[in-house]
Design a protein. Structure first.
Length: 202
């Protein structure tokens, strides 16, 4: 499947850890929207938090984004997605290895193994609040538990195209084709869910 012939309209909710992505998407599912969770098995079943790969298992994370893109080919109606391959770029931009990860994304987009969504919705959150919301449930040693790394992550999500222009201009051009809406995730879950739903159904 290529980005030009995907059968369903795809809206991806991305953003800072602790911003409320999963909570918002659960609310949208409750409201009757079709939602694809963050991590899925080969069968398409959404994995619980315990089934998520560890943060250092890069291969497992990349395989997940490819599985999710394959799964999207099975939807004929609009679908909301909890993160996609943009997360892989965000991770690398905030830690290291962005150029290599950008090549990976560009090549898989060209081969039709990844898809461009119709919209990215980015939930923004200051690093200090991200850390506070996740206190007590962060994986030990996770890079996103460090404020300086979260600052770089937030900078990437503020303008992915500008960051990618340095690492891979070709990929930056593709990413630039997708509208990106940033929402302040300070709001309570109900208010944020309404804002996300409105942004994705305009």
């Amino acid at each position: 499947m290529s980005s030009s012939d995907q059968p369903a309209a795809v809206t991806v909710v991305e953003g800072m850890p602790g911003a409320g992505k999963t909570t918002v998407l659960a609310a949208l599912a409750q409201a009757g929207h079709t939602v694809l969770g963050e991590y899925i098995a080969d069968t398409g079943v959404v994995l619980s938090l315990r089934g998520h790969p560890r943060h250092g298992d890069e291969g497992a994370h990349l395989a997940n984004w490819l599985r999710k893109s394959t799964q999207l080919s099975r939807f004929a109606t609009p679908v909301w997605v909890d993160r996609d391959w943009l997360t892989a770029l965000a991770w690398s931009a905030s830690t290291s290895g962005l150029t290599g990860r950008a090549v990976w994304a560009h090549d898989h987009l060209a081969d039709g193994h990844l898809v461009l969504p119709q919209l990215w919705i980015i939930l923004d959150l200051p690093p200090a609040i991200s850390l506070r919301r996740r206190a007590g449930r962060m994986e030990a040693g996770h890079s996103w538990s460090r404020p300086i790394v979260l600052e770089r992550l937030r900078a990437f999500y503020h303008d992915p195209v500008a960051v990618l222009k340095v690492a891979h201009p070709g990929l930056a051009g593709l990413v630039a084709k997708v509208p990106l809406v940033r929402l302040d995730a300070i709001a309570g879950p109900g208010e944020l869910a309404r804002a996300v739903e409105e942004a994705g159904t305009r």
